[in-house]
Unconditional design. Structure first.
Length: 162
């Protein structure tokens, strides 16, 4: 991992593992939202440069990035990871979320997802770019968002540690 993070690169160009991807703009919002699906069906939603959610093929949360923290699923809870840097080292500190922190995290995520779902279902958005050009990616995304909300923040199985 790079020692210095830069602004998000051009995900439409560079995120080739996301074989179906698009940028959309919700009416009244300046920032673009990037959405992509891997071949496996895994979904990534970049609400902003500092707010990202990754879901498995069952629409259960796997990971999230909410600046400055990375979160990863532990099945029943989330682990919050924070990077501590010095001139010569980079350390990763982890802590399991408390029950209260987990509930708060899930409520906030559901609010973001509900806002995106509402914009899509009401047609208050426009597709800026889409790869591939064919297909109804907004409809597919809306279906995924409906599943995510029906799961009430259910978490993916623990990530396999390498």
């Amino acid at each position: 991992m790079a020692r210095i993070e830069e602004d998000r690169e051009d995900l439409m160009r560079d995120a080739t593992a996301l074989v179906r991807r698009m940028e959309i703009q919700i009416d009244g919002q300046e920032e673009l939202i990037f959405i992509g699906y891997k071949r496996s069906g895994y979904l990534s939603i970049y609400l902003s440069q500092d707010l990202v959610y990754h879901f498995d093929d069952s629409c259960q949360l796997r990971r999230a990035f909410i600046k400055p923290f990375l979160y990863r699923s532990e099945g029943e809870s989330l682990t919050r990871l924070a990077r501590a840097r010095t001139e010569s080292t980079s350390e990763l500190h982890s802590a399991k979320l408390s029950d209260e922190e987990l509930v708060q995290f899930q409520l906030e995520m559901q609010n973001y997802i509900r806002t995106l779902q509402g914009a899509l279902s009401e047609g208050r958005f426009k597709v800026i770019k889409q790869i591939p050009d064919e297909g109804d990616l907004p409809k597919e995304l809306l279906s995924s968002l409906n599943i995510i909300l029906s799961l009430n923040g259910k978490l993916s199985s623990p990530l396999v540690k390498r």
